[in-house]
Each structure stands twice: as C-alpha cells, then as structure tokens.
Design a protein. Structure first.
Length: 406
C-alpha cells in the first residue's frame, strides 16, 4: 500500500475526491455532500451495497445517508439507506482520515491512494454546450400542460407538478468531483450532493429545499417552497412582484404541510413566511415551519412526518393520489431520484433530508438534466416551458469552469 508520505500531502478535499472515484470504480455506494451554509464536506462509503427499506429512525445515532426516489411504492422498499462503513470529512486531520480508511478492504484503499497519486486518472470529458430544444419536445410539453389545466378545470386536480428531462451527450466520464466543488462554492445556500449507488447510478445535485430536518436540540423543520421566476439583481427581494398563480401555488404547499400537522394532532408549530428567497439565478416564495419536539414531547416527529410529507405538493400536486395518478399516466418517463429526497441522518446528532430538485444524472455516456413546474388553473403553457428551461440551465451554468463561458 502507498502511504501519503510517498506523495505530496493531499488536501482533505482531495481525499474526498479520491474516495469517490475509487468507490465508483469498484461499484461501491459512495456519497459526498455539503450542507447549506456550512463549509464542511463529508464522504460516506457503504460496503454493504446500500440496504433497501424505510429510512432509519431519527433516534438512530448510526451515521447514514438516505436516498429515496420520487415514486416509492409501499411494500417495494425502493429507498436506500447507506450505512457508514467509512465516514470522514474535510474538518478531520489527515491522520484521522487514514485511520478511518483502515476499515475498508485493501483493494479499495489501494485505489484511493492510487487516485491520490494520479495513477488511475483518465481523461475526463468537458461539459457539453447547451443545445437548442427540439420543437417537438416543446410542443409535447406544452400539450401536457394544456391537458393538466383541463383536468384542473374539470375538478380532478387542484395542482399538478409536471417535469421533463433533457439529455446531453457525454462520451467520457465527467469531472464529477470538480463539478461538486464548483456547486458547493457557488451555491452556499444549497445542499450539494454527489452520489453513486449501483441501483440508481451517478447523480449530482444542488437543492435549497428541506423536506425534513431535526437538529441536536430537537428542533424539527420543514418548508414550503413554490413559485419561481428569474432573479433580477436590480430588484430588491422585498420588492419582487408575484402573480396570483404563484402566490396560490405556494399557499397550496403551505396548507398541505399544515394539514399534515393536523393529521397527527400537532398544533404547536411556528410558521414564518411566505417571503421571497434567492436560489442562484432563481427566486422562490418560501414559508418555514419549526417544532420544538422536546417541548411537545414528540421525539420521533421526524419519523412520523416523513411519509406524510413525501411527495409534497411542491413536487407532485394536490390531491396527492390524483396528481400521482395523472403523472404516472401522462408524464411519460421515470423520474427516478429527481424530486425524491436524500440526505444524512445521525451525523453528529443531526438529520436533514432534502428534496432533490436541481439535479443531473450521468448514465451511459449521457448527462440528464431535470426540471419541473407547478401547474394550476392559471398556468400558461409557454411560460411553464420557459420555467423548465431556466431551471435546467441554472444547474448547467453552475457546472461551468469559473474562467469559462456561462
């Protein structure tokens, strides 16, 4: 085995990068992440392959990373729980990182050191240009919006969230770790994640939306995030004007969360908002909810709320069952992890799951970018199409070389 004394002293970020590519090479589940407004980056490797089943309890102190697709059919156990065979972070010393890596098989640790030396590096592809959309894709999506508006007009739905994906050619392995670092630097407000699991492949995302979190003080949090428009630096956030369609869309999500509290007879919660918040080159309406689980004697509130919240009306629609039926019948593709959720649990006493919104998938020499938009009775097909376009480009622009074109 090669030791770090034999090479230039690697940075802590270099350890994360080497661990990711080594695990990816060995087809071992691995995830890198950086929480919103934090500087510490984490790496978790799971030698078990990722166990299928429900997310662990918030009361479980074992370090884990949970991954769930958008569609999680009861009884099929499509969620994954990555347990930490090895977990380290950029706040640890090199000696502590090497000590943790000692729990891994020799072949895997050997690959990690080889990546640090540069022996395993191969040429990686550059981010492709953003191609024009085929006219038939625009026509198809706008027709889907009109179909949804008609269903809402007939009273079958109140709201439905339509999505689509766009494929870009990528013949060579992307510089995924570089892209992870770029997103982490550019979007400090977002949960930034780079994930590889054999069941779902390789995903990279930056999302500002908390599905559910609970901190070391027992404070449970969730949020309603809906309504989208491009960010204009000339307009202060407090002066942004919102259309009635977007205000109502956000109110539907807030009411949905409040109804979840009512289902479990919880009345002691704090509500703040809605307010305008910025997420990169987009702005949204957001309402925050918080519960002191210690004060209300509800330590497992996180566990109870999670299945009620997902999928929220911000990614599915209302009523939930009718919206899901509409999507599965008409949307025309499998979202997989897009608009599902992921995040760490039991890491230093904290658990935080995020809705996987701004994300990209690498699979079979293609990059897939995903985006969606909430459809209500007032939706206009052309505007909804444009919303998906600039949502996709938000992530694509974040992956650009800082010195290159945007």
């Amino acid at each position: 085995m090669i030791h770090t004394a034999d090479v230039d002293t690697p940075t802590q970020a270099a350890w994360l990068e080497a661990a990711f590519y080594a695990a990816y090479h060995h087809q071992v589940p691995v995830v890198l992440w950086r929480l919103p407004y934090r500087t510490e980056q984490h790496c978790l490797i799971d030698l078990s392959g990722g166990s299928h089943g429900a997310p662990p309890s918030v009361l479980d102190a074992r370090p884990s990373f949970v991954v769930s697709p958008f569609v999680n059919t009861p009884g099929l156990h499509q969620s994954l729980c990555l347990r930490a065979s090895c977990h380290f972070s950029t706040h640890m010393t090199t000696a502590a990182i090497e000590d943790r890596l000692g729990a891994l098989p020799a072949a895997l640790t050997g690959s990690i050191y080889a990546y640090l030396e540069g022996k395993h590096r191969r040429q990686m592809g550059q981010l492709p240009a953003w191609p024009d959309e085929p006219p038939q894709e625009k026509e198809r999506f706008e027709a889907l919006v009109r179909r949804a508006v008609r269903a809402i007009g007939r009273g079958q739905l109140q709201k439905v969230v339509l999505s689509r994906r766009k494929a870009l050619p990528m013949p060579q392995l992307p510089p995924l770790s570089d892209w992870f670092l770029r997103l982490a630097a550019r979007y400090p407000h977002a949960m930034v994640t780079l994930l590889y699991v054999p069941a779902y492949g390789c995903w990279l995302g930056a999302t500002p939306e908390i599905l559910a979190s609970q901190d070391v003080n027992g404070i449970f949090r969730t949020m309603a995030l809906a309504g989208t428009q491009p960010y204009d630096p000339a307009v202060p956030l407090q002066e942004v004007a919102w259309r009635q369609k977007e205000i109502e869309e956000q109110a539907l999500v807030s009411r949905y969360i409040i109804n979840c509290f009512k289902q479990i007879r919880l009345r002691e919660f704090e509500e703040q908002g809605p307010r305008t918040v910025r997420a990169a080159n987009l702005i949204h309406l957001r309402t925050d909810f918080a519960v002191d689980t210690r004060a209300v004697a509800y330590p497992n509130l996180f566990d109870v709320m999670l299945p009620l919240l997902h999928p929220t009306s911000a990614v599915c629609g209302m009523p939930k069952e009718a919206a899901m039926t509409f999507l599965q019948k008409h949307e025309g593709y499998d979202r997989r992890l897009y608009s599902g959720f992921w995040g760490p649990m039991g890491i230093e006493g904290e658990s935080a799951l995020f809705v996987n919104l701004r994300c990209m998938q690498y699979d079979r020499h293609k990059l897939y970018f995903y985006a969606g938009c909430g459809i209500t009775a007032d939706s206009e097909p052309e505007k909804e199409w444009k919303e998906t376009c600039y949502k996709m480009q938000t992530l694509w622009q974040g992956l650009q070389d800082p010195g290159g074109p945007k």
